[in-house]
Design a protein around this ligand. Structure first.
Ligand SMILES: Cc1ncc(C[n+]2csc(CCOP(=O)(O)OP(=O)(O)O)c2C)c(N)n1
Ligand code: SF4
Ligand SMILES: [Mg+2]
Length: 335
């Protein structure tokens, strides 16, 4: 990259790729992108220390707009990519981004299994209630009876609550932010990235093009004639989400119940902030280290797995010999 380009990028944002952006004017995605750029720079990271994987959807384009490593993956498959990258190169800061459609419908199985693995990564879920890229069909977070612009009838399906699903799946850090509250979003992103385990940050993201129900004014509580906004911070009200390292099952259960209860709130008061943080569970890479000595010798991404012609170096003959089972006392030759 030439010096001039580098300078102009540094002037704008170290983490901005400078690529043309085709999100609609006023889209909440811009607030999330800016918050991410700001947070990564504020944490003293450089683009080569970070990998961002995107699902498919408007939100999934995020890696193009960042100067980090990154891949625009397959619909619903962003978490397997991110998991593999983190396990292969543990020092990387790994972030997965995707929409509510991507993560909660086609990708829901991967979301559940990412939670139970507790790999050290951050999953940012852009929740706009619609499939933005494919012109506004209802996403799994749209509630029963709600009808957005592109729908001919109100939804006849119950919604999925990403906070509740993340909790039962085993995510050890769960938070919610709002795309237009960049200050809080930066704080939440930093906490999620620093958390040692699987973190899910769901973000209320207005889609001015297709979701006319949940717009800026709705989040501000204007329809309620409210003096305060619909959104409030759990931490401002003294909510403590943390399960400490040495906590027993009783504390864990109490914090989970607290999280479930907070996650039920919607409609007139919507909580943001950190819902749950469990510091008592090991990360998958720590468990792997204990079991496989090779994992600590070198990152899997550094290990040589084939020769110059691409032939695998793994000695399967000795492995198969070691695993072979000898059956005695059963003479088949006579039959
Ligand atoms: C296997 C497959 N099925 C369907 C699609 C079509 N498709 C593209 S994006 C999308 C939904 C995106 O919605 P969401 O994840 O909420 O992202 P948003 O655009 O709202 O950010 C769908 C169904 C696809 N690309 N691949
Ligand atoms: S369709 Fe909605 S989510 Fe997609 S870029 Fe436009 S405003 Fe944003
Ligand atoms: Mg969406």
């Amino acid at each position: 990259m030439g010096d001039n380009k580098t300078e102009s990028r540094l002037g704008k944002s170290l983490f901005s790729s400078g690529h043309a952006n085709d999100w609609c004017a006023g889209c909440g995605d811009f607030g999330i992108l800016r918050s991410l750029e700001k947070t990564l720079a504020g944490m003293g990271l450089t683009p080569d220390q970070v990998a961002v994987f995107g699902g498919i959807g408007c939100s999934g384009k995020t890696p193009y707009y960042l100067s980090t490593y990154g891949i625009h993956t397959l619909h619903g498959r962003v978490l397997p990519f991110a998991t593999g990258a983190k396990l292969a190169r543990p020092a990387l800061t790994v972030i997965a981004v995707g929409g509510d459609g991507d993560g909660l419908s086609i990708g829901a199985g991967h979301l559940v299994n990412a939670g139970r693995r507790n790999v050290d990564l951050t999953y940012i879920l852009f929740d706009n209630g619609v499939y933005g890229l494919t012109k506004g069909q209802a996403s799994p977070t749209l509630r029963y009876g709600e009808q957005t612009k592109a729908m001919s009838e109100p939804s006849i399906l119950e919604h999925i609550n990403p906070v509740t699903l993340a909790l039962v799946a085993g995510f050890t850090w769960i938070g919610r932010g709002y795309a237009y509250n960049v200050g809080q979003l930066c704080e939440l992103l930093e906490q999620a990235i620093r958390h040692p385990g699987a973190a899910l940050l769901t973000i209320q993201q207005p889609c001015p093009t297709y979701n006319q129900l949940h717009d800026k004014d709705w989040y501000a509580g204007k329809d309620l004639g409210a003096v305060t906004e619909r959104l409030y911070s759990l931490q401002d009200e003294g909510y403590d989400p943390v399960v400490p390292h040495d906590a027993g099952p009783a504390v864990q259960e109490q914090k989970m119940l607290q999280c479930l209860s907070a996650a039920q709130q919607w409609d007139t008061r919507i909580p943001t902030g950190v819902f749950f943080q469990d510091l008592s569970k090991p990360r998958l890479q720590d468990t792997i280290k204990q079991r496989h000595k090779g994992y600590v010798i070198a990152d899997p991404a550094e290990q040589t797995v084939c020769d110059k012609e691409g032939r695998p170096l793994a000695r399967l003959d000795s492995l198969l010999k070691a695993l072979s089972v000898h059956v005695t006392g059963d003479d088949h030759s006579s039959g």
